[in-house]
Design a protein around this ligand. Structure first.
Ligand SMILES: Cc1cc2nc3c(=O)[nH]c(=O)nc-3n(C[C@H](O)[C@H](O)[C@H](O)COP(=O)(O)OP(=O)(O)OC[C@H]3O[C@@H](n4cnc5c(N)ncnc54)[C@H](O)[C@@H]3O)c2cc1C
Ligand code: SF4
Length: 331
């Protein structure tokens, strides 16, 4: 691994200052939290920051109630602590289910809320510096489009990149309509999770709306939906320690046999955590039955664009969402 400077600030302002000094060359400074994404990529020389700014001593390791009934989750809260928090298990169980379906116990003990939001694609070409890749080195090309793309995206792709966003946590947060709180050199701001990750377009190296020096401080969840049924279903090549081929997060309420509220997000199929407004619109107000669940899934995948090896994901994702909705309806 290359040489780098390691800085351990005690407060957010010092962390932002240390990171913002990289403004002219953003790739040269990175915040580091659990390190389960970043250190991996540094060992592979995919990321070669000259300065690491450690966020682990910043006071963002708490989960707190908000006055409006919502929840505030600090940026350095470990994924294990979040998934096993009693209120999260009770009121936001889709989030708990999603986190526990990912990685391994050891990795979840290290991984943080902010780090998970910013984890990078598992596309094999991105992780191999011997190969071209528009995301890693803009303008070099995308070998996945004509190469190994079985696990890659079918929604939100472009001619420049078809990489899947690998996070489970983010899919649940998309269905819960989380808000990300950021502090940067220009002050504090909030970003709805729907607007946080970017589509690849012609700039796949830009994955989020964050600017150099922006520090994620916490994430908030709106007050829980009373009586909501919540399901995260993840389909993958093996039962554990594997990323999703397709996943679905569902938050739904049913009144008088009809769907009175529904939020749907898909994982494993999109270039970003994929909130499906199409599936939601197809289901809202309709009788909560298997036929309508399937119609919602059809609507959610209508714009899917498969590559040579991943056409199977269209039907897989439809079945995944249909089953998640059925499971949620059964309560
Ligand atoms: C073998 C393996 C299997 C895995 N399986 C799954 C899986 O099935 N599902 C899944 O969802 N995930 C999986 N993961 C990914 C794992 O969830 C992520 O690596 C983890 O969430 C990243 O969190 P971290 O704190 O370790 O991030 P780090 O590696 O510390 O950081 C990741 C990125 O976030 C940035 N960052 C960190 N904190 C902040 C902050 N406060 N503000 C701004 N930027 C920040 C860093 O600069 C870096 O760019 C797996 C990982 C491994 C290694
Ligand atoms: S899909 Fe994206 S990450 Fe993968 S090789 Fe193409 S440009 Fe790189």
């Amino acid at each position: 691994m290359h040489n780098f400077e390691f800085i351990r600030p005690q407060n957010a302002a010092a962390a932002i200052t240390a990171a913002a000094q990289a403004k002219a060359a953003p790739a040269e400074t990175r915040f580091i939290a659990g390190g389960t994404t970043l250190i991996d990529l540094m060992k592979l020389e995919v990321e070669t920051p000259e300065r690491l700014v450690d966020v682990n001593r910043l006071p963002f390791d708490k989960i707190e109630d908000l006055p409006d009934g919502g929840l505030k989750i600090g940026a350095t809260v470990r994924n294990s602590d979040l998934a096993n928090h009693s209120q999260v298990k009770r009121d936001y169980s889709v989030l708990s289910q999603a986190i526990l379906s990912g990685a391994s116990g050891q990795i979840r003990n290290m991984a943080t809320t902010a780090g998970n939001l910013l984890q990078r694609t598992r596309c094999m070409y991105f992780r191999d510096t011997a190969m071209p890749c528009n995301k890693r080195e803009p303008g070099t090309g995308c070998p996945a489009i004509t190469g190994a793309n079985r696990t890659l995206a079918i929604l939100g792709t472009s001619d420049h990149c078809i990489a899947t966003n690998p996070s489970d946590m983010c899919v649940a947060m998309a269905a819960l309509e989380a808000v990300i709180h950021v502090e940067g050199t220009k002050g504090a701001r909030t970003i709805a999770i729907r607007d946080f990750h970017l589509l690849p377009g012609s700039t796949p190296h830009r994955e989020t709306v964050l600017e150099p020096g922006d520090l994620i401080t916490y994430v908030t969840l709106p007050p829980p939906r009373t009586g909501s049924r919540q399901v995260y279903l993840k389909l993958r090549d093996r039962a554990s320690y594997e990323f999703a081929l397709a996943s679905a997060a569902v938050v739904m309420t049913i009144a008088g046999g009809a769907v009175s509220y529904v939020r749907i997000a898909l994982g494993g199929v999109g270039t970003k955590p994929w909130r499906s407004l199409e599936a939601e619109a197809a289901l809202a107000g309709k009788p909560a039955n298997a036929a309508n669940f399937r119609l919602a899934a059809e609507a959610g995948l209508r714009n899917a664009k498969p590559q040579s090896e991943n056409k199977f994901k269209i039907e897989l994702a439809k079945r995944c969402l249909t089953h998640a909705l059925k499971t949620a309806a059964q309560g």
